[in-house]
Design a protein. Structure first.
Length: 365
């Protein structure tokens, strides 16, 4: 969990403040720019390791991860799933759960989810179950938070000397150092800048990425590729986990997919190979509606005044049946479909109101 930030977002359509802001959608980095592309365009077969970044409290990100994972593992490739959310030493409990020897509740307790990770369990259970039901090996790749805290306080050399850790990263990426300095400055007054404290902070984050990378490399072999899920901060700009993997084994081909809430990329700098931009659908929706899952289907519970939904006469109580000809089964389907369309485009939406089926046209401008 690189940096934990709570975002409070309005339920509204997001318009770019600048021409270089990426709107909700999926993008590929090509020719020094991000180009809108469908997720099906990912050539994942060409890579040994796929690093997927996330904002931990964004449910849309978790659903998109489920979408990616389902597509990757059903195409004949053998994968291991490597998770930041679980410590490496919890492998025994993972295997017991995979073999149905312990329940979901006991599994959650054994891996100390609430104390070690703390984010919404249900958001991750879907991903875990996809892996379980498809016999995908699951491994935790994280280490004790006490180790990271010690290094942040006293540095790598002290951690090695006291035998808290056995080895150190090969090197620290200078671009990574510069990026961490920008994070550090957000929380520290420059007038009180503690250079030594900053260096220990860099060392702790570098060691964290190194441990992730080392554990991922250990999972990789000629027969098994690796999909890793971690915070986006660990994979963006390719100077975190991917850089450490390259130092450990330069022959491993790494693909990076960053999932972000929003982004202004005015300098067209490469953040990752692909980017999914999507704000949390429980709090933000591109057409201005709030939705819930019900026995009757996906129900609209609220419509924001003067929103797209308001303008096309979608009302509270309407049930959404399909979007763009695609049947929707749950709130994720609705939110996902509404977030992947690039503009401008017109999309038909079929709704049920009382006993009548109606067609509404969403006009993305």
């Amino acid at each position: 969990m690189f940096v934990r930030i709570l975002f409070v977002l309005l339920i509204t359509k997001i318009f770019p403040l600048f021409s270089c802001e990426l709107t909700n959608g999926f993008y590929k980095y090509k020719d020094s720019n991000y180009i809108a592309t469908p997720p099906s365009s990912i050539n994942h077969e060409d890579y040994d390791v796929i690093l997927i970044g996330e904002t931990h409290n964004n449910q849309l990100h978790h659903h998109f991860q489920s979408f990616l994972l389902s597509n990757f593992i059903t195409e004949g490739n053998k994968y291991s799933l490597a998770l930041e959310m679980i410590e490496k030493n919890k492998k025994l409990f993972i295997d017991q759960w995979m073999q149905n020897l312990i329940s979901d509740r006991v599994f959650k307790e054994k891996i100390e989810w609430d104390t070690f990770w703390g984010f919404q369990w249900d958001n991750y259970l879907t991903i875990l179950n996809i892996a379980k039901f498809n016999s995908v090996n699951i491994s935790g790749i994280n280490t004790s938070q006490n180790i990271i805290n010690f290094i942040s306080e006293y540095g790598l050399n002290e951690a090695v000397q006291k035998k808290i850790i056995n080895d150190k990263p090969f090197a620290i990426n200078e671009n990574y150092r510069d990026r961490l300095l920008s994070y550090f400055d957000q929380h520290k007054s420059l007038s009180n800048f503690d250079k030594q404290k900053f260096e220990f902070f860099v060392e702790s984050q570098t060691y964290w990425d190194y441990i992730f990378a080392k554990n991922i490399v250990d999972l990789f072999n000629d027969d098994t590729k690796v999909i890793s899920i971690s915070g986006t901060g660990h994979i963006e700009y390719e100077n975190g986990i991917s850089w450490q993997i390259n130092k450990i084994n330069p022959n491993i081909k790494v693909l990076t997919i960053a999932l972000v809430n929003s982004i202004n990329n005015c300098e067209n700098e490469k953040i990752s190979d692909y980017i999914f931009v999507g704000s949390n659908y429980k709090e933000s929706n591109t057409i201005g509606i709030t939705i819930i899952d019900s026995d009757e289907g996906v129900k609209v519970t609220d419509v924001k005044n003067k929103s797209i939904a308001f303008d096309i006469d979608i009302k509270p109580g309407d049930t959404i049946l399909n979007i763009g000809g695609r049947k929707v089964n749950n709130s994720f389907d609705v939110s996902f479909l509404l977030n992947i369309y690039d503009k401008p485009i017109w999309i038909p939406v079929e709704i049920k109101r009382n006993s009548s089926n109606l067609i509404k046209i969403i006009k993305f401008k």
